[in-house]
Design a protein around this ligand. Structure first.
Ligand code: KIV
Length: 258
C-alpha cells in the first residue's frame, strides 16, 4: 500500500500540483484526508500547540502520540511524520527511531530537515527501505534566524547542489522552505522528485502550509501564509453563544436532557 501511494505521489510531478497540509490530531486529519495528497505531522506542533520558542526540544514520544491520533483520520493520503531534531543524530539512531515511528503510527514516510552533514542519514534510511522526505532552505531545527535563501547566485548553486545530493541519496520528495523563486524554479526543473514549497513560489510541484495558519487559529501569519478562514472569530462566537445560553438557562433544553 505504502509503495503504491508513493508511486502515485511521484507520478504527479509535471502533471498535477501536489497539495499538502499539516495535522496534529485525528479530526483535522480526517478532513484533510478527503482533499490533500499528503498530510504532514509537522514538528511545528512544538510552536503551534506547546508554545515552545522553537522545535529543538520536542521529543519523539510527543511526535508519536500526535501521529497516532492523525493516523486515525487518514485512509487515502500519504502520511508523513517529522523526525524531531534529537532523534536522527547518526544513521543508526535515525534508523531505530524512524522504524519506531513507522511501527507505532503506520505512517508512510518520515521527514528530516537537511544540513550539509546529514546526507548519510538520507542514504542510510533510504537503503533500509524507509521513505524519506528532505527539507532545505529555512530549516527551523538547524537555523536560529529566519532568512529567505537562494537570492544570490552563489547561494543558488549551493542549494541546487544540496537538493541534487538529497535526491541522489534516495529521498522521494523535498520541502523547499522560503527559497527564492528563481532558485525554487531551478531546483524544481532539475530534480526528478517532487518539490513541495512553503514560501517558495508557485513554481514548486506542490505546496504545504501549517493548517492552523490556514484556518486562522495560530495567531502567527508570515507573508507566505494565506489565511482561508478566520476560525478564531467563528469559535469565539460559538463559545460566547454557549456561555450566554448557559447563563440565561437556554441550554440545555429538555431535548438535551435524559
Ligand atoms: O513542521 C512543519 O510543519 C513543517 C512544514 C511547515 C513544512 O516542516
Amino acid at each position: 500500500m505504502t509503495n503504491s501511494k508513493i508511486k502515485a505521489f511521484l507520478n504527479k510531478k509535471n502533471k498535477k500540483k501536489i497539495t499538502c497540509l499539516t495535522a496534529y490530531s485525528k479530526n483535522i486529519a480526517k478532513i484533510l484526508d478527503k482533499y490533500c495528497d499528503l498530510v504532514l505531522v509537522g514538528d511545528s506542533l512544538a510552536n503551534v500547540l506547546y508554545g515552545m520558542k522553537n522545535t529543538h526540544k520536542l521529543n519523539l514520544d510527543t511526535m508519536i502520540n500526535h501521529a497516532k491520533s492523525v493516523r486515525l483520520g487518514i485512509s487515502k493520503s500519504l502520511m508523513v511524520v517529522d523526525m524531531p531534531k534529537d532523534s536522527y543524530k547518526n544513521p543508526k539512531e535515525a534508523k531505530k527511531n524512524a522504524k519506531l515511528i513507522i511501527k507505532k503510527t503506520g505512517c508512510d514516510a518520515i521527514k528530516i530537515e537537511n544540513n550539509p552533514k546529514n546526507l548519510n542519514i538520507v542514504k542510510y534510511l533510504s537503503r533500509s527501505k524507509i521513505n524519506v522526505m528532505g527539507h532545505i532552505g529555512y530549516t527551523p531545527q538547524f537555523k536560529k534566524k529566519f532568512k529567505v535563501e537562494g537570492k544570490e547566485k552563489k547561494e543558488q548553486i549551493k542549494l541546487l547542489k544540496h537538493a541534487k545530493e538529497i535526491e541522489k541519496a534516495g529521498a522521494f520528495s523535498i520541502v523547499l522552505e522560503c527559497i527564492s523563486k528563481n532558485t525554487s524554479k531551478r531546483i524544481t526543473q532539475e530534480l526528478k522528485i517532487p518539490t513541495i514549497g512553503i514560501g517558495s513560489s508557485s513554481i514548486c510541484d506542490g505546496q504545504i502550509l501549517v493548517t492552523d495558519d490556514v484556518l486562522g487559529i495560530s495567531g502567527f501569519y508570515p507573508k507566505f501564509v494565506k489565511k482561508y478562514v478566520n476560525l478564531e472569530n467563528i469559535v469565539k462566537k460559538a463559545v460566547k453563544n454557549f456561555v450566554f445560553d448557559v447563563k440565561s438557562k437556554k441550554f440545555p433544553k429538555n431535548k438535551n436532557s435524559f
